[in-house]
Design a binder for this molecule. Structure first.
Ligand code: SF4
Length: 666
């Protein structure tokens, strides 16, 4: 490989001067130094200055002192004035060539001429020059823009110093037609012109050109433009690190040039690296620059060409890759040309390194599946859910597909509930968690139970958040025990103690509830730590005592049943939960020694309410008045029908006939 460096390349006079002045200033221990914008369009130089404590600024508003380095491109006049007003130490590195353009513009503007600048309106040099005609210049950068200019009475034309001569001449020729009084000034600097001519000369006679310089350096980009005009293979790099040795190794002669803002050491480094490589080293470097590939790996590639049956791909490997139609997509009817175009950047999976004809065998179809293994691994690591579809029932569980990958769900992980028939899950789609994963062994173990368990836990938490003592909630009776009933409130069970089932005495919960009953219950107490909820069913119903006293008054005659017999009287159940006392003295007008002499448990009686004590919840009853001739003529009449006696004849000796029997008959 022959290397030829352009006769004129690298730092121009103006940049060299500015860089030297800036580095000198950076050595000054007394004053903080700033550059107004990038000193030169070269990131390496800017970085070195930064390391020496020179800070780049884009306005001077916040500066109270220090030195401001004005770069070689120059700045608008008013900015220099502002710096002076602020008494900043101005280190003016504006290139003398640029200063002369500023001077021309200022003079002609003051003479009343319109100013036209041929150049890039956003370039700092042009912004600076425009500042010398009160920002009133017409700035054009193409023939089209020039042709749109108005007619001028008198005008002055200048050029950006880095323009090509050819461009300046083309555009200025058009501008010339816009006025009879026009002054055209070729202000392209010599350094630029000489570098451009050297680059053009070199580009004509080499196989490839390497142009070194900042990507945003205007003069470097112009060198690239010129080189491309005369040479097909042009590489624009900022440093040698940007150059692909693999790409340049095939050229016999390589030309090297550099922009006006490229320091010598960067050019030397590039030349040395390329020059010092003998062929073996070069080959080694080239080999190492190739992508290393392995079977099953996913690599990036660029589509080279597409036929009806295959796609050729450059994967930056020493051999190109081929994707046969059956490895392109799951859909065999798709034509490769419908899928890819030349130049497409695609991901491919390496199936074989060599197909026997020197091509790497690739697949795009398998890329998705392989990517999905990575996604599944991530889901497994993060313990996240994934959707699956059950395929079949197999020994010990279910097979299911997740993201196109087969997985297995053990029977014990199908549900939190006991499952009797796994067949009901066939074809179902639901979320699962991956509980075991091994990419190498292609093993994915799934669990729906985990998802259900977490769902239940979430619901329980939500339920606990909403439960309040005193609130009435709905639930379903889960199971009955001797001491109460467990009710599912939607993921968490509460207990209705047997004493809270009914206002009546209950011997077993089954007297009130059955498993599966829907009930409304009141929350009596909560203990979140112990996970205990006490519920009451009877609390949701009105107390029988209240119902009774609302509807029954003293003097009313009611029906009842003897439920307890004691020596001092008998308790008569008037309603479920409401018992009244029939005192022994109130049983009959006849003397009754003991209630059990005349009453039996279960006797149905008609009794009169003679007192209600609401405070003590006591009801006193009497049966004797009901059968007094004076107070109950109806009873008397009735008695008359059956007997001529004025009073009941109670034969206490007849054990088979009690007063209860008599009263019941009434
Ligand atoms: S390119 Fe020309 S005008 Fe620009 S800094 Fe260098 S010498 Fe000065």
């Amino acid at each position: 490989m022959n290397l030829i460096v352009a006769k004129n390349a690298g730092f121009c006079f103006g940049v060299k001067r500015a860089v030297n002045m800036a580095f000198e200033q950076s050595d000054s221990p007394n004053e903080k130094a700033y550059t107004y914008g990038e000193l030169v369009h070269n990131p390496q130089v800017v970085k070195e200055l930064e390391q020496k404590g020179v800070t780049m600024i884009s306005n001077i508003d916040d500066l109270d002192g220090g030195s401001v380095i004005v770069r070689s491109h120059g700045v608008p006049k008013k900015l220099i004035d502002q710096m002076e007003e602020k008494k900043l130490n101005i280190i003016n590195c504006t290139c003398p060539y640029v200063l002369s353009v500023q001077k021309i513009v200022e003079e002609w503007y003051n003479k009343g001429y319109d100013i036209i600048i041929i150049g890039d309106k956003n370039h700092p040099e042009i912004i600076g020059i425009n500042g010398y005609c009160n920002d009133e210049a017409y700035i054009v950068n193409s023939e089209v823009e020039a042709s749109l200019l108005p007619q001028f009475e008198k005008a002055c034309v200048v050029s950006q110093t880095t323009n090509t001569l050819e461009k300046f001449e083309r555009i200025s020729k058009l501008i010339e037609e816009k006025s009879d009084n026009i002054s055209i000034n070729n202000t392209i600097c010599n350094a630029t012109r000489i570098r451009q001519e050297s680059a053009a000369e070199l580009a004509r006679c080499v196989d490839a050109m390497v142009v070194i310089g900042g990507k945003n350096s205007s003069n470097t980009r112009k060198l690239v433009e010129i080189s491309e005009k005369y040479c097909k293979n042009v590489f624009h790099i900022e440093t040698i690190k940007d150059l692909s040795l693999q790409d340049v190794q095939k050229f016999n002669t390589i030309g090297i040039t550099a922009g006006a803002s490229t320091p010598d050491w960067i050019i030397k480094e590039a030349v040395n690296v390329m020059d010092n490589l003998n062929n073996d080293e070069m080959m080694e470097a080239i080999e190492s620059s190739f992508t290393r590939i392995h079977r099953g790996e996913i690599v990036k590639g660029t589509v080279l060409y597409v036929t009806d049956n295959e796609v050729m791909v450059n994967i930056n490997y020493k051999a190109d890759g081929i994707i046969h139609r059956d490895e392109l997509s799951e859909d065999p009817d798709l034509n490769p040309k419908d899928l890819f175009n030349i130049g497409d950047e695609i991901d491919v999976c390496v199936i074989r390194i060599d197909d026997g004809e020197g091509n790497v065998v690739l697949s795009t179809k398998r890329v998705e599946a392989l990517k999905n293994w990575d996604i599944l691994e991530e889901l497994y690591d993060k313990k996240e859910e994934v959707e699956c579809k059950v395929l079949n029932v197999v020994k010990g569980g279910l097979t299911a597909i997740v993201m196109g990958i087969n997985g297995f769900m053990p029977a014990s992980h199908v549900s939190v509930k006991y499952v009797t028939d796994l067949n009901e899950y066939k074809g179902q789609v639901f979320n699962v968690k991956i509980i075991d994963f091994d990419k190498e062994k292609r093993r994915v173990i799934l669990s729906r139970k985990e998802v259900e368990r977490e769902e239940i836990e979430r619901k329980v938490e939500q339920l606990w958040d909403t439960l309040e003592v005193g609130s009435v909630v709905e639930g379903t009776v889960q199971r009955l025990t001797d001491f109460g009933a467990f009710v599912d409130l939607g993921g968490v069970d509460g207990l209705i103690h047997i004493s809270d089932l009914s206002w009546n005495r209950v011997k077993h919960p089954s007297e009130v509830l059955e498993s599966g009953d829907k009930v409304e219950v009141q929350v009596l107490s909560l203990d979140r730590e112990k996970n205990r909820i006490s519920l009451g069913l009877k609390q949701t119903l009105e107390e029988p005592w209240n119902v009774f006293i609302k509807n029954v008054n003293i003097g009313d005659v009611v029906e009842g049943e003897v439920v307890n017999i004691l020596d001092f009287g008998a308790f008569v159940r008037l309603k479920e939960g409401v018992d009244g006392l029939l005192h022994v003295s109130q049983i009959s007008k006849e003397h009754v020694n003991k209630p059990s002499d005349v009453l039996n448990l279960g006797d149905k009686l008609t009794v009169k309410v003679i007192d209600i004590n609401e405070e003590q919840r006591r009801i006193s009853l009497s049966s004797k008045d009901l059968y007094s001739k004076d107070q109950n003529s109806e009873t008397e009449e009735s008695n008359d029908d059956e007997s001529n006696d004025d009073t009941f004849e109670i034969n206490n000796e007849d054990l088979n006939t009690t007063i209860g029997d008599v009263l019941k008959e009434k």
